[in-house]
Design a protein around this ligand. Structure first.
Ligand code: NAD
Ligand code: DAU
Length: 353
């Protein structure tokens, strides 16, 4: 038995892999292109673990995927691989179209060919799980009901539009070809191995480096935060018991304005690692120009996965955010490697690219 997991050198994928192998001996084939966001340091603890097979490659490479599927005969494919940062999608949408849309299409084609040749129980029990985002639903006004699985898609950024397109492809492959696919739409994750381009790790990193803590616009945009291992446990639930063809929203009922999140991070840092000049980290907050097309509010109604699959998050925002700050304080060398370019250099030496 094996799983093929794409993008498992990234933030959520590596947490998923570590979590999976902590509770199961089922082998995982990890296909990751090692873009700037992919980092094998995240998986250092699995270096000599025969249950983890790492393959550097692109989800857009149909031939490679076909070979991997034929060689390893996975019982499921979980697709995390994506370009994931909204700001980067605004500066350069091309990579988002290539990976999130064309890449997902090629992956679906390879998986469809593999699945159509399976027989009996192997065919019946096969699953394709596509990991998506709440951003496909667009932006909510204050007081508006949280996103449910039937909320209309209204993506506003090149990133969310590319994810929406990939969700539609997955849906179409189920409806047209019968591919046993499932889609999850999750809210904002945070936790270990989060690349410091995203709000929470960026603020922790900048605070410790004495740099400004950039707040876009008025800082009153609301995100719904979920600790990353709770996302991982939800994906496990959907993989094992989700109804084929369905979508499941995943979230922690933790809506917070950005400014409040940054204040919380500053207060925890003041306590765990006070500034040497005795000033509060809040002093580093700097208001900067807003993100173009910035979505005002996301909120996930996670009622369906809770009712149907009995999933519940284990962490509160308070417990998760404290663990996260502590992890970054304890893992400064990881942060240094991903921010200094040392990791990129290592990839070049290791893979000759
Ligand atoms: P990430 O950017 O940290 O990691 C993405 C991973 O995919 C990296 O390891 C990268 O090397 C790999 N990758 C990129 N292009 C690839 C390609 N063409 N072929 C193979 N691998 C490729 O992203 P993340 O935050 O871990 O997000 C993972 C998934 O979860 C994404 O699909 C994202 O849309 C979704 N998601 C993220 C969040 C969040 O808050 N981070 C929330 C909901 C959903
Ligand atoms: O909602 C799920 C999505 O969450 C995922 O699909 C994306 O992959 C993930 O990147 C995340 O998107 P966001 O745009 O919400 O995350 P980000 O960390 O970039 O920003 C969070 C909020 O903080 C957002 O309102 C923008 C704001 N922000 C962000 C940065 C990087 C700032 O105010 N300052 C900053 O420097």
């Amino acid at each position: 038995m094996a799983l093929l997991v794409t993008g498992a050198a990234g933030f959520i994928g590596s947490n998923f892999l570590l979590d999976w192998l902590a509770q199961s001996d089922e082998r995982v084939i990890n296909l990751d292109a090692l873009t700037y966001a992919g980092n094998l340091d995240n998986l250092a603890s699995l270096q000599n673990d025969a249950r983890h097979c790492f393959v550097k490659g692109d989800i857009g490479d149909f031939d490679l995927l076909s070979r991997l599927l034929a060689d390893h005969q996975p019982r499921a494919v979980v697709n995390f691989a994506a370009e994931s940062h909204v700001d980067r999608s605004i500066h350069g949408p091309e990579a988002f179209i290539q990976t999130n849309i064309v890449g997902t299409f090629r992956l679906l084609e390879a998986v469809r060919a593999y699945w159509s040749h399976l027989v009996g129980e192997a065919k019946n029990s096969f699953r394709f799980l596509h990991v998506s985002t709440d951003e496909v639903y667009g932006s909510l006004a204050q007081g508006e009901a949280a996103f449910t699985e039937t909320t209309r898609y209204e993506p506003n950024s090149p990133y969310s539009a590319s994810k929406a397109a990939s969700d539609h492809l997955v849906r179409a492959y189920h409806h047209t070809y019968g591919l046993p696919a499932l889609t999850t739409n999750c809210s904002n994750n945070y936790g270990p191995y989060h690349f410091p381009e995203k709000l929470i790790p960026l603020v922790i990193h900048n605070a410790l480096a004495g740099k400004p803590l950039p707040i876009y616009g008025d800082g009153q945009q609301v995100r719904d935060w979920l600790y990353v291992t709770d996302h991982c446990s939800a994906i496990r639930c959907v993989l094992e018991a989700g109804r084929v063809g369905e979508t499941y929203n995943i979230g922690g009922w933790n809506e917070k304005p950005n400014l409040e999140v940054v204040h919380t991070l500053c207060a925890i840092l003041d306590e765990l690692k006070p500034r040497i000049d005795g000033q509060p980290y809040l002093a580093q907050i700097t208001y900067v120009a807003d993100r173009p097309g910035h979505d005002r509010r996301y909120a996930i109604d996670a009622g369906k996965i809770e009712r149907e699959l009995g999933w519940k998050p284990a962490e509160t925002f308070e417990s998760g955010i404290r663990k996260t700050v502590q992890w970054y304080l304890d893992n400064q060398s990881w942060v240094h490697n991903v921010t200094s370019g040392a990791y990129k250099k290592w990839v070049g030496q290791q893979y000759g690219t």
